[in-house]
Write a protein that binds this ligand. Structure first.
Ligand SMILES: [Zn+2]
Length: 751
């Protein structure tokens, strides 16, 4: 079985392995490709804005992580198009259809990103443009492949104009109009072609060439070549039902086997049916079957003996009977009793969650649903929903209770966190003690829970504000306990607090433990949330713009349960348009920035790359920047160069170089201050400068000088210094060249 997933960066070890395989595929499939181009892939992922394109990467891999193919795509968000850079499949792949699966995925993603279409290059399939017979055959197959989607080369534009007079075999520019297939406007194509040539082929295309090619686009609309290989009516342009914007719903179809027929046992099969009946009316959901996953995913958050116990004890209970714990050892968990019935009290936290013939099987299936839903998120879906029972959020590492056996949301979060940081937001009426316990010591999974205060609500022994996580996990658990009477407004106040903590944590994925027992009239709760409140809550969460996996927890008032779930998802999905906008805002806040003052061996190359990436400095300036690092490494403080390195989770994102001005008492020169393009305009420059001033002051410095050019392109640099309290001290006219003066700024440090 293959899955296609999006790779976000090369920071995680698992992604590093994937990218290594991708590079091997490139080497084996494209002979003659330059090694430097291959190595650029990491950088493109890490520095999405370097070429003013965002790089999206999709790999098709087996469940064991063996890459079978991939697609690399550049998104231009302002003009609104996607450029397909690479699509490749391993040599000898026998499965068939993988190219389609990858290209389907690219189209779905382009549609979800509101791109007006996909552009890419294909080598010519006309014999006069391509004298090589073998190549010609390949080119024809490739253009036939894309024509099946309606994608064809643009014609009569001059895109194929040779750069050098002896160039032959110039590629066509192919356009896929996705579902709409609207006429291709001239102005749009001009912008697209300019962006491609200037940004992607900057080294190859001189400015006159770009101007010439752009000026040759004269038809409006720009024409596409007639269909050559397939009948126009058989081209399948639709993306529709497979849209990633639909919410995937995965239902535990084995849930009904778990049915405790006892008075007052409110956690019953009708809950799932009620919810499903409401959701089916909306057309917002697409129902998927659960996949199977190995048991190791359960062990990844639960104690093995505990899991084995549940399996054995479930199998042991006679049909129709329930085993309730009847003795609870004082929590001495080092010496478990042997008897299965006595062991129940060793593993359970209360007296109302029995072991039952099918409890294990139903819970096991619930886990598979949650994992399938998590997989959908990895596959690029924005929202997925595991509609399951029994619920899971009270199940701890080594304990069950509160109708819960396995912690579905924690298992899914653990699965996702191999691909990026995860936040779990628990909005059930009861405290999410399970995931708190499981991730208590970990900083890579943030657990947040809004719930009835433990003084009035189950589980009574946890959920207090002061439980903030332990060890490395300190500060990564947030409990927001609320009083007995809470309405929608009061709840949203807490929810807003929870959301701001999550945004500060800046996760890649969000898991929502969705309980509806906060609703008015719920038999297990005391609050009074209404239908409108659930919709508002959904919207608030949706605006965060995170890929969101929703896992069903509690909610027992069957009259309103389904409607409330529906309202929640309506809010969550409607936040979509705001989401794209907000995505940018979120990325504008920086957390995890650390300053380091000691320079290390590795910094030399990293600083050279950073200075280069900004696109602001000439090659000789880049050399100088690196030389200063080398000098500092060789001579230490004697070199007169001091550095402050700004790192974001270990990645170099900015630095500053300064030092005492020779032959002065207390003057300092600021030589370099460089900020990574991803972090510009986000306050990092100010922070870095502040830190520099602090250190200069501490070593007795009283003023700082900095030089910059008077050229127009340095206007923002000058504005930056002025905003930081520097004033223009002198101008040396024509210093750098005719008309290019040197501006000297100074800041006096107040002791
Ligand atoms: Zn609950």
């Amino acid at each position: 079985m293959l899955r296609i997933r999006r790779i976000y960066d090369d920071v995680l070890p698992v992604n590093k392995q994937i990218l290594a395989q991708v590079k091997d595929i490139l080497r084996s499939r494209f002979t003659g490709i330059k090694e430097s181009e291959i190595e650029l892939i990491d950088e493109k992922l890490r520095n999405p804005f370097k070429h003013r394109f965002r790089t999206l990467f999709f790999v098709a891999e087996t469940l064991r992580g063996k890459v079978q193919g991939f697609a690399m795509v550049l998104l231009e968000p302002d003009i609104g198009f996607v450029f397909l850079d690479w699509i490749a499949i391993i040599r000898g792949y026998g499965g068939g259809g993988l190219g389609d699966a990858l290209y389907d995925r690219v189209r779905r993603e382009a549609q979800a990103l509101n791109a007006k279409g996909i552009f890419f290059e294909c080598l010519p399939d006309d014999a006069q443009d391509c004298p090589d017979k073998v190549l010609l055959k390949e080119n024809r197959a490739r253009l036939r492949f894309y024509e099946r989607y309606g994608a064809r080369p643009i014609v009569d534009t001059g895109y194929e104009t040779p750069i050098n007079s002896d160039d032959s075999c110039m590629p066509y520019l192919v356009y896929d109009g996705l579902e709409t297939q609207k006429p291709l406007r001239k102005a749009f194509v001009k912008k697209v072609v300019r962006a491609i040539l200037e940004r992607k082929y900057a080294e190859l295309c001189p400015p006159e060439y770009v101007e010439n090619v752009v000026s040759l686009i004269t038809d409006d609309p720009v024409k596409l070549r007639d269909f050559r290989y397939v009948k126009p009516e058989s081209a399948k342009t639709d993306i529709g039902s497979r849209s990633l914007e639909q919410i995937a719903i995965i239902v535990n179809d084995k849930h009904a086997i778990h049915h405790i027929h006892e008075r007052g046992y409110v956690e019953s099969p009708v809950r799932v049916r009620t919810i499903l009946a409401e959701l089916e009316k909306t057309g917002m959901f697409v129902q998927l079957k659960p996949d199977s996953f190995p048991e190791k995913h359960i062990y990844s958050v639960h104690d093995k003996d505990f899991v084995n116990y549940l399996r054995r004890a479930s199998a042991d209970v006679p049909e129709g009977k329930s085993l309730y714990p009847y003795i609870f050892p004082i929590r001495n968990k080092t010496r478990p009793p042997r008897e299965l019935s006595v062991l129940a009290g060793y593993y359970c936290i209360d007296t109302f969650t029995p072991i039952h013939k099918n409890a294990y099987l139903a819970a096991r299936q619930g886990v598979e649903c949650a994992l399938t839903a998590a997989q959908e998120i990895l596959d690029g879906r924005r929202i997925s929903y595991a509609l399951i029972r029994p619920p899971g959020h009270h199940a701890e590492h080594k304990a069950f209770g509160g109708f819960c056996y396995f912690n579905n949301n924690a298992i899914a979060a653990q699965y996702l966190c191999a691909y990026g940081k995860v936040a779990i937001l628990d909005i059930d009426y009861h405290h999410g003690n399970g995931q708190q316990d499981i991730f208590l010591h970990r900083p890579d999974v943030l657990t947040v829970s809004i719930h009835g205060h433990p003084s009035i609500a189950y589980p009574y022994f946890s959920g207090f504000e002061e439980e903030r996580g332990e060890g490395d996990g300190e500060g990564f658990n947030l409990n927001l306990p609320l009083p007995e009477k809470v309405d929608g407004q009061r709840f949203r106040k807490a929810l807003t607090k929870a959301i701001s903590r999550i945004e500060q944590f800046n996760p890649q994925f969000l898991v929502v433990a969705l309980g509806l027992d906060t609703a008015k009239g719920d038999p297990t709760g005391t609050w009074s949330l209404s239908l409108q409140d659930f919709e508002k809550n959904g919207r608030l969460i949706g605006v965060m713009g995170l890929p969101t996996l929703v896992v069903q927890e509690g909610g027992y008032r069957n009259r309103t349960l389904g409607k409330n779930v529906r309202a929640f998802f309506k809010g969550l999905a409607d936040a979509g348009p705001e989401w794209t906008k907000n995505r940018r805002d979120i990325s504008n806040r920086i957390h995890g920035i650390f300053f380091r003052h000691e320079i290390e061996e590795k910094d030399c190359e990293r600083i050279r790359r950073l200075v280069d990436i900004t696109g602001f400095f000439s090659s000789s300036e880049i050399k100088v920047a690196a030389e200063l690092v080398e000098e500092r490494l060789a001579k230490g403080l004697e070199s007169g160069y001091h550095f402050i390195i700004a790192e974001h989770y270990g990645r170099l994102v900015g630095y500053c170089c300064y030092g005492p001005t020779p032959c002065t008492v207390a003057s300092y020169d600021l030589y370099w201050i460089v900020i990574h393009p991803d972090f510009q305009g986000r306050g990092l420059g100010h922070k870095l400068l502040k830190e520099t001033e602090r250190l200069i002051k501490a070593s007795g410095g009283t003023q700082i000088y900095v030089d910059t050019s008077q050229r127009v392109q340095y206007a923002s640099t000058r504005a930056f210094y002025e905003a930081c309290g520097f004033h223009l001290e002198a101008v040396l006219e024509d210093f750098y060249g005719p008309g290019e003066g040197k501006a000297i700024y100074c800041k006096t440090l107040v002791p």
